[in-house]
Design a protein around this ligand. Structure first.
Ligand SMILES: Nc1ncnc2c1ncn2[C@@H]1O[C@H](COP(=O)(O)OP(=O)(O)OP(=O)(O)O)[C@@H](O)[C@H]1O
Ligand code: SF4
Ligand SMILES: [Mg+2]
Length: 372
């Protein structure tokens, strides 16, 4: 077997598909990051639609979140990113697969266990306005999680904690901001309150679902810089969900590219964005910074097919990307490719990596090997 031949990494249902630490040991685990906080293993989520139709929103997704490291989950609308976040946050029950937190399996929880879990695993949403209650002040929003986390807490300790939280997210002087209602804040200030509320629970895992996409473009970088700073200061294991692969490059250590519920490419952020292997990742990179403009960069047959089939018109046989792929051939229409190992920390799910990414595969013949 040539070292330049991509090899499948696990397979559907094996629970070993493309975990960072499994990609030859060169993932975040060996790159100086903190301890393993959370792991998704072969995670699946099916939704029952009208009648007997089933939508597989998440299919066999595996990855690890390490303290102090950022994993970006990138993909277009409907690819399953938020569903992954909801599964990790315990808001949805998986249809298959497992989640571990600090090495312990996450299963059915009592109310008390779930409260503890929720303080460990915090979710920040895209829209800070809808996630804050308009009838309550900033103080109220922050005091609740502090009280839950530090019970009992004296008034002076609570006040000190609230001021500290406001300083962490740079809403100062703290007192006037604590007295405000959400509608009195700008979008960026509201999202800072959302970050502060998440931190109030002292989490080890932060799931940030498109945390800047609803903010004005002019402040997105500033907010990402803040998030990056908080990740370092609190050694957060951060899952950053985004449409925007350019921001993932700036921000993340590892990128997972998701398409139609599957991870189709993964690897170190710089490598994935500089030399994308999967045809879908290539399109994402080519369409940045306007990821909604994918159609205009599709070539040949892919361009024609893309007008008829979007990511919701999912294919049931073969590679999920084949109706849009400029490299599709017969095998792509009949068999779904497993994640193939490109290098120690890198994988892509494509039968034709020798054509789509010859610079990564080299001259070697692509030889899928099953059962690894
Ligand atoms: N409760 C639900 N019932 C049925 N289908 C659902 C449900 N929640 C999500 N879906 C479907 O699952 C798929 C994945 O949705 P999800 O919200 O995870 O995508 P996403 O990648 O976060 O998209 P976006 O970028 O638009 O937020 C979509 O087709 C969506 O319609
Ligand atoms: S397997 Fe085939 S259709 Fe899928 S991305 Fe690769 S070349 Fe395109
Ligand atoms: Mg979403």
């Amino acid at each position: 077997m040539s070292v330049t031949s991509p090899q499948p990494i696990g397979g559907p249902g094996t629970g070993t598909t493309g975990q960072a630490g499994d990609l030859g040991g060169a993932g975040p685990e060996t790159a100086g990051y903190g301890e393993l906080a959370m792991e998704a293993i072969g995670l699946r989520k099916n939704y029952r639609l009208k009648g007997s139709e089933i939508l597989a929103a998440v299919k066999d997704v595996s990855f690890k979140l390490y303290r102090g490291a950022v994993v970006a989950l990138v993909g277009e609308s409907g690819s399953g990113k938020s569903t992954v976040a909801k599964l990790l946050a315990g808001q949805e029950a998986p249809s298959g697969g497992r989640i571990t937190l600090h090495g312990m399996p996450v299963g059915v929880m009592s109310r008390r266990q779930f409260r503890r879990y929720k303080s460990e695993v915090q979710l920040v949403f895209q829209d800070p306005f809808s996630s804050l209650n308009p009838i309550h002040t900033v103080r109220y929003h922050l005091a609740r999680p502090v009280r839950l986390h530090q019970h009992p807490v004296s008034k002076s300790a609570l006040d000190a904690e609230l001021v500290s939280l406001m300083e962490q997210v740079r809403l100062t002087p703290a007192e006037p901001f604590l007295a405000k209602y959400p509608h009195e804040l700008s979008g960026g200030q509201r999202q800072r309150v959302s970050f502060a509320r998440a931190l109030a629970a002292h989490p080890s895992v932060l799931l940030a679902d498109e945390p800047v996409s609803m903010l004005d473009v002019s402040i997105r970088l500033e907010m990402l810089t803040l998030l990056d700073d908080l990740r370092t200061r609190f050694q957060l294991a951060l899952l950053y969900i985004t449409h925007d692969i350019a921001s993932a490059r700036y921000f993340a250590d590892e990128i997972l590219v998701m398409y139609a519920g599957e991870i189709v490419e993964r690897g170190p952020a710089e490598d994935v964005t500089q030399q994308p292997a999967h045809p879908y990742t290539q399109l994402l990179v080519a369409s940045a910074p306007d990821p909604d403009n994918l159609g205009s960069v599709l070539r040949g047959g892919g361009q024609r097919a893309a007008r008829n089939i979007d990511s919701l018109g999912r294919v049931t046989t073969g590679c999920p990307f084949h109706p849009r792929c400029p490299f599709a051939e017969d095998k792509c229409r009949s068999e779904d490719p497993p994640l193939m190992q490109l290098s120690q920390a890198r994988g892509a799910a494509c039968w034709r990596l020798d054509v789509a990414a010859p610079q990564l595969v080299g001259a070697a013949k692509v030889e899928p090997v099953n059962g690894i």
